[in-house]
Design a protein around this ligand. Structure first.
Ligand code: ATP
Length: 371
């Protein structure tokens, strides 16, 4: 297999707050190959945004990347090493200047959820796009303007020559998001990080943007990291998916395997909580309880406090993240030889609700009672 475009290895980012140390990203590893759309999915607070801002080296105080290595095209954009009991940046790690002038915008672009945060309301859409291109592509003002108009056309903005002079507030939410996609694509980066870019849009416009991204991705062969809490969006755009919970990746698989060969109870719970065409809305099940604080994560498996299938072994044993089928990784003691099957169920709201729903019996029937 070819080398990954981006390789994230044991990435750790913490926030040093008055309440304590928030382990927002706690040992995350995943790869992105050329032309691939890789999902990062999980509930609010899972650490998705901190993971992507860490990759871009945009973590701000009181946050700090405290461990791990991120390689982009073989170059270490993050590389924290232990040296005499202290952590420090390795000598090979790219400098802040190199990140600013070579990587961000040019090689790795980012699209945020709220285009109004990225667009300045007092300048026209065209001038902002032109300036971005001028700075990042080292071209003349006139060339940058031509490329800007071309890009507006490319992302489906009607009459791009005249819309070039419009202000952001004169665009709809969907059109503003198209402008940000144009901006991200304008320097022909190898990787685009899309952080919940369609969450604020209504379903129809979201569908149009997802179709647009699909077309553009095929045309430019750009890789994406797609951050979302929405499994429906994952199904639509992603090739491979990483599921995050409390700072960790707990399952990773090609998209079809994740949906049809689901391994982790958290992924199953996420899937039960989204509407499907074959399901009535009143059959949806929200995930029991709220995500615990990342300052003081539960012992053992971090999901055990909300897991419908939790047993007494779960708070005691930290599950290993391992490959259980081709390209399918999971961290859950159900797939380890640590006595899950013999362990009695934990007495929690989630396990009781699960037992009462009769799903335990259904599982026993389909599984022949064992795993
Ligand atoms: N500036 C900060 N100071 C302290 N804690 C922070 C800061 N930014 C993020 N965190 C914490 O880091 C953890 C991960 O947050 P993050 O925003 O990455 O989650 P997320 O999965 O992207 O959620 P969302 O979908 O809501 O953006 C959370 O516990 C959050 O409270």
């Amino acid at each position: 297999m070819t080398e990954p475009l981006l390789s994230v290895e044991n990435l750790q980012t913490r926030f040093y707050t008055e309440e304590g140390v928030v382990r927002a990203v706690d040992g995350v590893s995943f790869d992105v190959y050329e032309g691939e759309i890789v999902g990062l999915v999980g509930e609010s607070g899972a650490g998705k945004s901190v993971a992507t801002t860490s990759i871009m080296r945009l973590v701000e105080e009181p946050g700090e990347i405290v461990g791990g290595r991120v390689e982009f095209k073989g170059e270490p954009i993050v590389d924290i090493v232990e040296d005499g009991g202290k952590r420090r940046r390795s000598d090979e790690m790219l400098s802040n200047r190199e990140m600013r002038t070579r990587i961000r915008g040019r090689e790795i672009a980012i699209i945020f959820q709220d285009p109004m945060e990225a667009l300045n309301p007092v300048f026209t859409v065209g001038s902002q796009l032109r300036e971005f291109i001028e700075i990042n592509r080292d071209v003349s003002k006139q060339e940058a303007k031509e490329t800007a108009i071309e890009m507006l056309h490319e992302v489906g903005i009607p009459e791009p020559e005249s819309r070039y002079d419009s202000y952001p507030h004169q665009f709809s939410g969907g059109m503003r998001q198209r402008v940000l996609i144009a901006m991200a694509l304008s320097c022909e980066p190898s990787l685009i990080i899309a952080d919940e870019p369609t969450t604020a849009l209504d379903v129809t416009v979201e569908g149009q943007i997802l179709d647009l991204v699909d077309d553009l991705q095929a045309k430019y062969d750009t890789s994406f990291i797609w951050v979302t809490h929405d499994m429906g969006v994952v199904a639509e755009v992603c090739d491979r998916v990483n599921v995050m919970y409390l700072g960790e990746i707990i399952e990773q698989a090609p998209v079809d395997d994740l949906f049809y060969e689901t391994k982790h109870p958290y992924t199953e719970a996420l899937l039960r909580s989204i509407p499907r065409p074959d399901q009535r809305v009143d059959e949806l099940e929200p995930i029991t309880g709220v995500m615990p604080e990342a300052i003081d994560p539960p012992s053992g498996c971090r999901f055990h406090t909300r897991c419908p299938e939790a047993r007494e072994v779960c708070p005691r044993v930290e599950p290993a993240y391992q490959e259980v089928a081709d390209g399918h990784h999971v961290s859950c003691v159900k797939y380890e030889d640590v006595g899950y099957d013999e362990s009695p169920p934990l007495d929690t709201e989630a396990t009781n609700a699960f037992a009462a729903s009769g799903m335990l019996d259904e599982e026993a029937e389909t599984d022949g009672g064992s795993r």
